[in-house]
Design a protein around this ligand. Structure first.
Ligand code: NAD
Length: 402
């Protein structure tokens, strides 16, 4: 069999712990036998980030700007325990944070839906893609505890000295107060990412905020979304038969629970934080959630939504057997390969990505799966496979499909 050729390199960001072990198995068993894999490799494993003073993360993000598409393995975000474990020179920032700061953009998370792993919400038939605005609001706030009577005010002083004041609260007794902000340009870029991704994936966009209560702050989000939509996307959406729908966040939540799925749910920062965990756990498992960072400039970075599965890695190091789910990491690769194929007009590559996804899902549907899925599946007497056996089972299915 001749291998599929690639014209443009894919940016490959290797990572840490159990997902690094899966990464190699996926490449060896599911990609290299079929594709003449053309990647520009960056080792984002913590040891190499430390060796390069984290320059490798910056280089990987810059390469993504150059080539347009990246695939990333889960990586450790250092904390105090990791500083000791890896003898780090400093507590490096989260690689995802560094990459996002360079590429800008929005993270879209979507569950991988498979027969036999039914969502807790019975009427959810199609994935719900969650888009979280990743700037500002309470994540960049200033808070204050007020311990005695007095007034808290919001004061704005323009560069030329003009002042605006607003009373937050006249405190008669102790309490708490908070100030937060957002940027019009950031909201615009978020809206644009959502609408572009909707056209890309042929899904409607739903957006909810609380503009009836927050008549300036949330009203600004509503207005920016509508303006970006009307000026830049209305016609394209009509041509594609798609819709943009705004409602109050409480109404959106109620509708989501009754819906079939198959749309993009755009969320303000806090709503996205909360709702993405609800959506992923209701769909079954964190190990079945994909994540893609889409920049307003058209760069894509694909990854699994979960972390490095540290507990399994320690068991693996002790020589114990692991049954770690590789589905989201496989789908990170297929997402990136399909996008590379689309951009390069390389149909063979895009079709291979489809086949590999099909093989992965039908392997699970045939009853072969990892332990995390076996615990929640409706399939009777599933066969629980270890990490490697599961990948080999997918390869067997893939060979029958190709
Ligand atoms: P985790 O997602 O690795 O694991 C949390 C729990 O979810 C695990 O104990 C396991 O029970 C389950 N789980 C997750 N993925 C699974 C899989 N593929 N198969 C089977 N079970 C799975 O999160 P954590 O334990 O909080 O973090 C471990 C490390 O991952 C940390 O160092 C953290 O910094 C890093 N992390 C990285 C990313 C990323 O790179 N995007 C995201 C989250 C956490």
């Amino acid at each position: 069999m001749t291998k599929i050729q690639m014209t443009t390199p894919l940016v490959e960001m290797d990572g840490d712990e159990m997902t690094r072990i899966l990464w190699k198995m996926i490449k060896d068993e599911l990609l290299l036998p079929y594709i003449d894999l053309n990647t520009e490799y960056y080792d984002l494993g913590l040891a190499h980030r430390n060796d390069t003073d984290d320059q490798v993360t910056i280089d990987a993000a810059e390469a993504t700007k150059k080539y347009g598409v990246a695939v990333k393995c889960a990586t450790i975000t250092p904390n105090h325990a990791r500083m000791e474990e890896y003898d780090l020179k400093k507590m490096y920032k989260s690689p995802n944070g560094t990459i996002r700061a360079i590429l800008d953009g929005t993270v879209f998370r979507a569950p991988i839906v498979v027969k036999g792993i039914e969502p807790c919400v019975r009427n959810w038939k199609k994935p719900i893609t969650l888009a979280r605005h990743a700037y500002g609001d309470i994540y960049k706030n200033t808070e204050m505890y007020v311990d005695k009577p007095g007034k808290v005010e919001l004061v704005y002083t323009s560069e030329d000295g003009e002042e605006k004041r607003a009373l937050v609260q006249e405190f008669k007794a102790p309490g708490v107060a908070m100030g937060m902000h957002n940027m019009e340009a950031s909201i615009e870029s978020f809206a644009r990412s959502c609408f572009n991704y909707a056209l890309d994936t042929k899904q409607d966009v739903w957006f909810g905020a609380k503009d009836t209560i927050s008549k300036t702050y949330d009203a600004k989000f509503k207005q920016v979304f509508q303006t970006v939509f009307d000026n830049e996307f209305k016609e394209k959406f009509e041509e594609a038969g798609l819709t943009y729908f705004y409602s109050l966040i409480d109404d959106i939540v109620a509708r989501v629970m009754k819906a079939e799925g198959g749309f993009i749910w755009a969320c303000k920062n806090y709503d996205g934080d909360v709702m993405s965990d609800m959506v992923s756990s209701a769909f079954g498992s964190l190990a079945m959630m994909t994540s893609v960072l889409v920049s307003p400039n058209g760069y894509y970075e694909y990854e699994a939504a979960h972390g490095t599965v540290q507990r399994h890695y320690y068991r693996h190091l002790e020589g114990g057997e692991t049954s770690t789910n590789s589905v989201a990491t496989i789908f990170a690769w297929t997402g990136a390969l399909r996008k590379r194929g689309e951009l390069d007009g390389n149909q063979e590559l895009a079709q291979f990505a489809d086949k590999l996804e099909e093989a992965t899902l039908s392997t699970i549907e045939s009853g072969k799966m990892t332990k995390d899925l076996a615990l929640i599946t409706s399939i009777e007497n599933p066969t629980v496979l270890n990490s490697e056996q599961f990948i080999l089972a997918i390869r067997e299915t893939l060979d029958t499909l190709l």
